[in-house]
Design a protein around this ligand. Structure first.
Ligand SMILES: Cc1cc2nc3c(=O)[nH]c(=O)nc-3n(C[C@H](O)[C@H](O)[C@H](O)COP(=O)(O)OP(=O)(O)OC[C@H]3O[C@@H](n4cnc5c(N)ncnc54)[C@H](O)[C@@H]3O)c2cc1C
Length: 427
């Protein structure tokens, strides 16, 4: 055992969990995680809504009082959401588990066998239509009648356990939704060690190798060392660590921004329905039913009962133009992004009108995002190694940071497939 190679995995989200799970065994893995155990929202949206009426919700960052692991980074035009804690942002994900690797294929990266393996690890299903309520079926039929080609969303879900509470994005209260904590648990059972509340700040690099991983724990500075380092702190966390270590990332951050358009329809009850049960693909964006609790709590015009919202999310493939200044995120929408949003908002109005909800009863929500990525994008040159020449030889990045192009589509499964391939190459 003493002679076993050692690895450090930084972060326990989509990329980190897969890396820890795969590497433990061949390596003695230590997982360094900035946050703590994930706590899902356990309250009642209706009770919170009464506080909303008192005007108590003023700033999105207040969300942490109810969902402690949810962190909001504000940029010029987009509020970016991520999860800090065990399971990373997958604990907040709505469980969409879709393959989206055309841009990786285009640069010569084939992930067929990795997606196959993930299918054996994750309960991915499209059999949840039987759980939809009549309003959701009505919305699906409207999309269909309008020729918008709605598709049932593949979900990482134990369908029978789902209680249709619409809380997917604040943590599933009954663990029906699968997230990567299952892989972390398996890695730990195989012997991996986890250090939580341990924020990695930077690397000490000597020659072309990471000599020490420098961390802050309860304001104390410490260092860790290993033969192999996997950096999986997410699309915003990873570039901060790299830049503090003297490795400059590209100013090519994309975030897949989203805006929701809702119609007020008494007793529609999308608040008793899983989020994003189906989607419709368009040039540059997708549409999917999603009750926008951010706008519900923080936008004055949205102060209607959650039961009365018929809500469609627009998720955009934005231009890769964002960057970081220290930990501060800069992200603006380009003219093209704004045009895409305008076109998509118009389409949402048409759908809601076709559902019988007149335009004067429509609401447009705030701009948020949950897919920060792309600041160390893979290119054709790295198709064999999946290792940027900017990185020291014993350091791999295996998270959203390496996605090559904006997606406008749920990225979790593709990040996991990439992480799987990288562990194979590095291990
Ligand atoms: C509300 C919401 C819903 C979503 N729904 C879906 C969905 O249904 N399907 C889908 O495919 N995608 C979804 N996403 C996006 C998806 O969850 C993320 O794209 C994915 O989890 C990113 O994986 P990652 O490994 O890059 O980062 P993350 O999953 O964010 O993991 C990063 C990890 O690093 C840790 N960390 C950060 N900084 C440090 C540091 N300095 N030191 C140590 N640890 C650190 C974090 O705590 C975290 O554990 C959603 C996102 C949001 C916000």
């Amino acid at each position: 055992m003493g002679n076993k190679k050692t690895a450090i995995v930084i972060g326990t989200g989509a990329g980190g969990a897969v890396a820890a799970y795969e590497l433990q065994g061949e390596y003695e893995v230590t997982i360094l995680e900035a946050g703590s155990n994930f706590k899902s929202f356990s309250g009642s949206m209706q009770k919170l809504a009464s506080l909303r009426a008192m005007g108590l919700f003023r700033d999105l960052s207040q969300i942490r009082a109810f969902v402690p692991n949810m962190v909001i980074d504000k940029s010029e035009e987009v509020c970016i959401v991520r999860g800090i804690g065990l399971g990373g942002t997958t604990t907040l994900a709505t469980g969409n588990a879709v393959r989206f690797d055309q841009d990786l294929k285009n640069i010569g990266i084939n992930l067929d066998s990795e997606f196959e393996k993930l299918n054996t690890l994750i309960p991915i299903t499209t059999d949840h239509k039987k759980k939809w309520n009549s309003s959701m079926n009505r919305m699906f039929d409207t999309f269909d009648e309008m020729g918008l080609n709605p598709r049932v969303m593949p979900k990482a879900l134990k369908t029978d356990d789902c209680i249709n509470c619409s809380h997917c994005a604040v943590g599933c209260p009954v663990n029906a939704k699968w997230d990567v904590r299952e892989l972390i648990d398996k890695a730990v059972k195989k012997g991996a060690k986890i250090v939580t509340d341990c924020k990695v700040t930077h690397f000490e690099i000597v020659g072309n190798k990471v000599k020490s991983v420098c961390v802050k724990m309860k304001n104390k500075s410490m260092t860790f060392a290993a033969d192999l380092i996997f950096l999986c702190a997410g699309g915003l966390g990873t570039p901060v660590i790299l830049e503090k270590s003297g490795i400059k990332c590209k100013e090519s951050l994309f975030v897949d921004p989203l805006i929701c358009v809702a119609g007020i329809s008494p007793m529609f009850h999308q608040d008793r329905q899983m989020l994003m049960p189906f989607y419709s693909r368009h040039d540059g964006y997708i549409l999917s039913p999603y009750i926008d609790y951010f706008s519900f709590f923080f936008e004055k015009k949205w102060r209607v009962p959650s039961s009365d919202l018929a809500c469609i999310m627009i998720k955009l493939a934005d231009e890769e133009n964002g960057y970081l200044e220290g930990e501060k995120v800069h992200k603006v929408l380009s003219e093209k992004d704004k045009e895409h949003f305008a076109e998509a908002i118009d389409l949402c109005h048409k759908i809601l009108i076709n559902m019988g909800i007149p335009k004067e009863k429509h609401l447009v929500g705030l701009t948020a995002a949950g897919h920060p990525a792309g600041m160390l994008p893979l290119s054709e040159n790295e198709r064999e190694t999946l290792h940027s020449p900017l990185l020291p030889e014993n350091l791999y990045v295996a998270d959203a940071t390496i996605l090559p192009k904006t997606m406008g589509f749920p990225p979790m499964l593709t990040i996991m497939a990439l992480a799987l391939k990288i562990t194979d190459i590095a291990g």
